[in-house]
Design a binder for this molecule. Structure first.
Ligand code: ADP
Length: 288
C-alpha cells in the first residue's frame, strides 16, 4: 500500500521520499492516510473494491466545485493500480475545530455554491452517494427527477436488497405519485454538494472552510440544507449566514422531511433497519 502511494506521489512530480504516513479515521468507505514527503503533505484514499468510476466521480465533483470558485482540497492524482485498487491523492487540509468565523464562512461558501445555477437538473454523468450509484440524467423537471432518479432509484434498490416491506413499498409509490403537490414549488437549479452531512466539511487552520467528498449535481438547494438538519453538525451561525446570503423560502421547513427521505432511504439500504422507522414516519406523514 505504501508502495502504491509512493508511486502515485512520484507521478505528481514530487520525487522526495515519504517521511510520515498515518491512518486517518472517520471515513465510512475507503482507507485514508495522512502522508508527508520532504516536499509536501497529502491526503491519500485507497479503495480496493469499487470501480474506477468511484474515485473518478469524486475527483470530477471536487474539480467542478473548484472550477466554480468554491474551496475544496485540490485533487492531485487518481491512479488505478490494476482493476481493483485505486489511490486518490489530494491536498492535505490542516484542520482545526470550527469557530463562529468558520461557521459564518461555511454559510457563505454553501450559499455561493447554491448560487451557481444551471437550466437543467442533474449532471452529464452518474456519480455515487456512499457506495450507491446516483443517477443524474439531465432534465428540465425537478419533480420528476427527484421522483424517479432519487426516490424511485432507491426504492428499486431497497426492493432488490430486501430492505422494504410491501407496506413501505406501497406508501413510497403513493408518495411518489403525489410528489408534485408535496414539493409544491418550482426551484431554480443550484449546484449541490449532494452529500452535505456534518462530516463533509473541514475548517482549515488558515481560517477557510473546505467542502469534501461531494456527490454533485444540479437540483433544489433545499435538498442540501435538509440533509444538514438530518444528522446535525451545523451551527445557528451557519444557518444565519446562509440565509443572509441566499434566503430560503418560508415553506422550506415543510419540505425538510421529503428531502431527508432520499438520504434515509440511502442509509436504509446501506446500513439496514435502524433507519426504517425514520423512513416510515415520513411515509406515514404524506400517505394513507
Ligand atoms: P470516505 O470517502 O471514506 O467517507 P472521507 O473523504 O470522508 O472518506 O475522508 C475521511 C476523513 O478524512 C474525513 O472525515 C476527514 O476528517 C478527513 N479528510 C478528508 N479529506 C481530507 C483532506 N483533504 N485533508 C485532511 N483531512 C481530510
Amino acid at each position: 500500500m505504501k508502495l502504491d502511494i509512493e508511486k502515485a506521489i512520484v507521478e505528481t512530480g514530487d520525487r522526495t521520499s515519504i517521511v510520515d504516513m498515518q491512518p486517518v479515521l472517520g471515513g465510512s468507505i475507503n482507507q485514508a492516510f495522512y502522508v508527508r514527503t520532504k516536499e509536501r503533505e497529502y491526503f491519500a484514499k485507497i479503495n480496493k473494491t469499487a470501480s474506477e468510476q468511484f474515485f473518478l466521480a469524486e475527483k470530477k465533483g471536487l474539480e467542478r466545485l473548484r472550477n466554480n470558485g468554491l474551496m475544496v482540497p485540490n485533487p492531485l492524482l487518481l491512479k488505478a493500480r490494476d482493476e481493483s485498487e485505486m489511490v486518490f491523492l489530494m491536498e492535505w487540509i490542516r484542520s482545526i475545530p470550527s469557530d463562529e468565523t468558520g461557521d459564518r464562512r461555511l454559510g457563505s461558501l454553501v450559499a455561493k455554491m447554491h448560487q451557481q445555477h444551471s437550466n437543467q437538473v442533474g449532471l452529464n454523468e452518474p456519480n455515487f452517494i456512499g457506495e450507491l450509484t446516483q443517477l443524474n440524467s439531465p432534465s428540465s423537471n425537478w419533480v420528476t427527477f427527484y421522483r424517479d432518479l432519487r426516490l424511485g432509484a432507491m426504492q428499486e434498490l431497497a426492493i432488490a436488497k430486501g430492505r422494504i416491506s410491501r407496506e413501505r413499498d406501497r406508501r413510497l409509490t403513493q408518495l411518489r405519485q403525489r410528489l408534485d403537490s408535496i414539493i409544491g414549488h418550482k426551484p431554480s437549479f443550484s449546484l449541490l454538494h449532494g452529500d452535505l452531512w456534518g462530516g463533509n466539511w473541514l475548517y482549515g487552520e488558515n481560517g477557510q472552510p473546505y467542502l469534501i467528498d461531494p456527490a454533485v449535481y444540479f437540483g433544489d438547494r433545499e435538498v442540501d440544507i435538509a440533509f444538514t438538519y438530518l444528522f446535525g453538525g451545523y451551527s445557528k451561525t451557519f444557518y444565519e449566514q446562509y440565509g443572509a446570503d441566499y434566503p430560503l423560502e418560508k415553506e422550506f421547513e415543510d419540505r425538510i422531511p421529503i428531502y431527508q427521505l432520499y438520504y434515509l432511504l440511502v442509509h436504509l439500504i446501506l446500513f439496514g433497519e435502524s433507519y426504517g422507522s425514520a423512513v416510515d414516519r415520513i411515509l406515514q406523514k404524506y400517505t394513507l
